[in-house]
Design a protein around this ligand. Structure first.
Ligand code: GLN
Length: 538
């Protein structure tokens, strides 16, 4: 039977519960255990697919096409767990199932209630991703203890401990120990309250992980132990890391969190192997090169909106022994002041995915600048579509070329809605989503990166390269280097006369890991490094 770890958060949101869950997953895997990892989100949207990036940050997409919380990105970057539609449940998703069941008469005339019907559905959601050979299932509960919305989730995990026994269920509570500069003190009271709240609903945390700016003194640990009813050695300090989020597992290892968990579960395993992980951290801390990379987008004030893009860029840097400084440029600023002002000294440009008209012309101008000035360019989803529009307008002379997402009247709809999308009315879960095969042309930058002819990448879009323009564009020097065999869609475009200019309709950033950087990000950074040294020579 699989063991369960539940991770809750207290005091404030954005404590890094997702990262901590992922780091624990990694440590258990490195002990040879098979894990699954899942997130439960208390909001009522069925999934985050319809939410604005300003509300929710990036929407992460799994191989099977689920639009999910961005914490799943951390899980995949840190671990080898296979994530699916069952790896993220929201209150909305749970309620839709219960209401559909009620309409079908499945509850045999009973009054349908939060307890037991909603909590039963939550428990079955928790068990869903747990396969027969899973050793440990990690479940992160979104939100902060004390929220009204998360109560049914907490009630469900309380019941699970009762049903499966304390030897099979472990509660970890992540909390904040604030440092008050004025008095020079670290405060345990918010944690005491948060644990108090959990105990009120019948959950006694087994392990307390304390996020902190400064080290916790032994006295403070003792105080936390006493007031929170957690043995002192189970009070773990998770101090802010200096260089990278990828250091978090090493912080936890130092305090033997994995050993504590195994002991609690009575699982016997030998030592862990983190050599490759430590090597990767060494590169992050002591890189041979540093370089700026421009990202032209529109949700730039928000670190989370392009989360996986920034992470994949970092991985591309790691593959090249290079620390990247990401220069976030607002596409609308380029519209106002021109691309040169922002891109003149940039060795590489990435234009990420996006929706809606705002900033599109700025992105197109930035791409034109990169094309003409031979600056390595990586376009992702909308970024690729903008590259096609730019090529159509400025190389092929199709002056009003556009995507029909932005101009229904254009004479040259070089990016157009897929036929299968035309009659769709619902916005949620209806895009071209998840993993599709793509065949690569041998003589291409894409093939040189992947070193294989058939690849699988994840999608999230409604619009596509318009096949009517294939011949015209190819003649003018656009190489269509990746095609989806299933429906003959153009997935990758490249410029023949350029050191590295690649636009992809899919989202490669979702499959990059710090110890397995994505080949396209690796090659993009490699080519930007060459550009940087060439610029230095000028
Ligand atoms: N808005 C574009 C489309 O729907 C691109 C989407 C994206 O960049 N993810 O096709």
């Amino acid at each position: 039977m699989a063991k369960h770890i539940f991770i809750t958060g207290g005091v404030v949101s954005s404590l890094g519960k997702g990262l901590t869950s992922a780091a624990i997953g990694l440590l258990l895997e490195r002990r040879g255990l098979k894990i699954t990892i899942q997130k439960l989100d208390p909001y009522i949207n069925v999934d985050p697919g319809t939410m604005s990036p300003f509300q929710h940050g990036e929407v992460y997409v799994t191989d099977d096409g689920a639009e999910t919380d961005l914490d799943l990105g951390h899980y995949e970057r840190f671990t080898n767990a296979i994530l699916t539609k069952d790896s993220n449940f929201t209150t909305g998703k749970i309620y839709s199932t219960v209401i559909a069941n009620e309409r079908r008469g499945k509850y045999l005339g009973k009054t349908v209630q939060v307890i037991p019907h909603i909590t039963n559905e939550i428990k079955s959601a928790i068990k869903k991703p747990v396969e027969r050979n899973t050793d440990v299932a990690i479940t992160e509960i979104g939100g902060t203890v004390g929220d009204i919305e998360s109560l049914p989730f907490l009630e469900a995990i309380r019941q699970m401990r009762l049903e499966l026994g304390p030897e099979n269920v472990l509660f970890i509570h992540l909390t904040l120990i604030p440092y008050l500069r004025a008095s020079g003190e670290m405060k345990t009271k918010p944690t005491q309250h948060s644990v108090g709240k959990l105990r009120e609903i019948g959950i006694q945390p087994d392990i307390l992980i304390c996020r902190t700016e400064k080290p916790l003194s032994e006295d403070l640990k003792y105080k936390l132990s006493l007031f929170c009813n957690v043995p002192k050695k189970f009070v773990i300090e998770e101090q802010d890391v200096s260089h990278s989020i990828y250091e978090v597992p090493l912080v936890l290892v130092e305090q033997k969190v994995d050993e504590l968990i195994l002991k609690q579960f009575n699982i016997k395993r030998n030592g862990r192997d983190l050599k490759d992980w430590r090597r990767m951290i060494e590169i992050i801390k002591h890189p041979k090169h540093t370089m700026e990379i421009a990202v032209v987008g529109k949700y730039l004030e928000l670190q989370d909106a392009y989360k996986s893009i920034y992470e994949a860029l970092t991985h591309g840097g790691i593959a090249n022994h290079c620390r990247l400084q990401i220069k976030r440029i607002n596409a609308e600023d380029i519209e106002k002041s021109g691309a040169e002002k922002y891109l003149k000294n940039m060795p590489g440009l990435l234009v990420p995915g996006g929706f809606g008209q705002r900033g599109v012309e700025g992105k197109i101008q930035a791409i034109e600048y990169a094309r003409i000035n031979q600056i390595p360019f990586f376009g992702i989803c909308l970024g690729m579509q903008c590259a096609v529009i730019e090529f159509a307008r400025n190389v092929c002379g199709l002056k009003d070329a556009h995507s029909t997402e932005f101009s229904r009247e254009t004479n040259h709809p070089v990016i157009d809605l897929m036929a299968s999308q035309r009659d769709i009315k619902d916005l949620g879960g209806t895009m071209r989503l998840g993993s599709y095969q793509c065949h690569l042309k041998k003589d291409s930058a894409a093939y040189r990166a992947y070193q294989q002819e058939i690849i699988l990448e994840r999608h999230r879009h409604r619009f596509e390269f318009n096949n009517n323009y294939r011949e015209q564009f190819t003649k003018k020097g656009l190489r269509l280097s990746g095609i989806c065999p299933k429906n003959n869609l153009v997935e990758i475009v490249e410029l023949t006369e350029h050191p590295w200019f690649v636009g992809v309709q899919f989202h490669p950033e979702f499959k990059s890991k710090p110890i397995a950087p994505h080949p396209l990000f690796r090659d993009f950074i490699k080519s930007a490094l060459s550009k940087q040294s060439a610029m230095g020579d000028c």
